[in-house]
Design a protein around this ligand. Structure first.
Ligand SMILES: [Zn+2]
Length: 483
């Protein structure tokens, strides 16, 4: 009872005085003007303002309502582009513009079906939810019926290659759960999705069905891009839910012959013109020097692309909006870029690099948020040791918020072309545990996003961009890759 009373008192004290535990940081020691340490107070202000007044969540909710499906070339993508341009203009961004890029145009179609059939050709009543893989060719209208071969590795496919002709190859290697980062697990499994159809077709297979790239067991299939090889016949590819994959595997384990009927009505169209959307906070001293911050504005045509990557785009928007709202105008320009077509072509990222090639010398850093809008832990960067030391010092200013990592690593797909010019690339690093539960699936919706987490991530990005754009000395550039 005494304990309960104490807890009640504690809860009351906490509610009555919410600042007690949060704001007791020691006053910062005076720091030399221009050193990273001198930004401690402003970094705190940016982070707290983003939690208190951040608009990342509410603006993402609006995007998910206005244009939930934003696959390149789709009406949804076009609508999102026009909406974003307007948002930038009404928020007072400078130099708002669209920059053209050509994008591939693939449409899922309305028919997607995978049915297990018994020896008599009748359905076995096993639920196998699927999504066509992005870029797949369709099946004939009546569907494709074939026996199925399950494999869990490329070695097994090779060892059983005599069984492949005429069959559907079922790739059923799960994501490895033992990695701390789910991105490593994804990297270790996604070759089945990207190369599955090519390798099956080389051996005479007629279609590829892939276990969804997911860390969950459920009935939501996860789509994603697949590749074809010009010299190999194009066969259809689809992803089956993880539970569906387990059901199919159990069925095959009984040893009875099982056939699958696969129907896909997806279609390829002519390439189309699309756009990157760009807006700036122009620098007060070196407007020609640029810090890029962005995400990819296209998303798969299931779910809302809330985490992937609507959230990253809106966080990038928020960097400019938040700093403007705080009257923080850095020495250099901060340029928010909504890159089009990361998911199935990276045309926006390449077009940006191409169109700004002459200014690459003036690009100080490029930051991308494309790992979900979960609680931010820090960043990854390909910076050389000198630049890395500066970045680590900046992240050190965010430690109180639980943001402390500046790990060596990849910046992001859309900004990666700039690496060839020595631009330092950085990626936001949110907690990864839940990302692949919903990545590329119908579960990637706004209700999966936490307002505080996405706002805090936006705050961390704004703080990093601000300090890098404002430091008297330009961040050291990378040594250009030798290869
Ligand atoms: Zn993405």
């Amino acid at each position: 009872m005494k304990t309960l009373l104490f807890h009640l008192w504690l809860a009351h004290a906490w509610c009555a005085n919410p600042g007690t535990f949060d704001d007791q940081a020691q006053p910062p020691p005076p720091a030399e003007e221009g050193r990273v340490e001198s930004y401690r107070e402003v970094v705190q202000r940016i982070l707290k303002t983003s939690l208190r007044e951040g608009q990342a969540y509410s603006r993402l909710a609006r995007l998910c309502e206005v244009a939930p499906h934003r696959l390149s070339g789709s009406p949804g993508a076009e609508k999102a582009i026009q909406w974003m341009k307007q948002e930038m203009e009404s928020a007072g961004f400078e130099n708002v513009r669209l920059e053209s890029c050509q994008v591939p145009h693939w449409v899922r179609g309305s028919v997607e079906e995978l049915v297990a059939l018994g020896e008599d050709g009748k359905p076995l009543g096993v639920s196998l939810p699927i999504l066509a893989l992005g870029g797949s060719v369709p099946t004939a209208e009546a569907g494709l019926v074939a026996e199925v071969l399950e494999v869990k590795s490329w070695e097994e496919l090779e060892a059983r290659k005599d069984e492949v002709p005429g069959r559907i190859v079922f790739y059923n290697r799960p994501m490895e759960q033992g990695h701390f980062s789910t991105f490593r697990a994804y990297g270790g499994a996604v070759d089945q999705r990207s190369r599955g159809a090519i390798e099956a077709a080389k051996l005479g297979g007629v279609a590829a069905v892939v276990r969804s790239m997911s860390t969950r067991l459920d009935d939501f299939p996860h789509t994603g891009s697949m590749a074809y090889d010009d010299d190999v016949e194009r066969i259809p590819g689809a992803a089956v839910s993880t539970l569906g994959a387990d059901r199919l595997s159990r069925l095959l384990a009984t040893g009875k012959p099982v056939k699958l009927r696969l129907k896909l009505s997806c279609e390829w169209f002519e390439e189309k013109e699309s756009f990157n959307v760009i807006g700036e906070l122009v620098g007060r001293e070196h407007p020609e020097q640029v810090v890029v911050v962005g995400g990819h504005f296209d998303a798969w045509d299931v779910g809302h692309g809330a985490h992937d990557d609507g959230g990253g785009c809106i966080q990038s928007f928020e960097v400019v909006r938040l700093l403007s709202s705080l009257d923080l105008k850095p020495r250099r320009t901060i340029r928010a870029v909504m890159f089009m077509n990361e998911e199935n072509g990276v045309r926006g990222g390449r077009a940006y690099h191409h169109q700004h090639f002459e200014e690459m010398d003036q690009h100080v850093m490029a930051l991308e948020s494309d790992r979900g809008s979960f609680v931010p832990r820090g960043f990854t960067s390909d910076a050389n040791p000198e630049a890395m030391a500066v970045l680590q010092e900046i992240v050190g200013l965010m430690e109180e918020a639980g943001i402390h990592l500046m790990n060596p690593g990849y910046g992001g797909v859309d900004i990666s072309p700039m690496r060839a010019n020595g631009v330092v690339t950085v990626g936001l690093l949110p907690d990864s545990q839940r990302y692949f539960d919903l990545h590329h699936s119908a579960r990637d919706t706004i209700d999966q996003v936490s307002p505080r987490e996405i706002n805090l991530g936006a705050g961390a990005m704004a703080a990093l961009c601000y300090v890098v754009a404002d430091l008297p000395e330009t961040l050291r550039r990378n040594v250009v890759d030798e290869e």
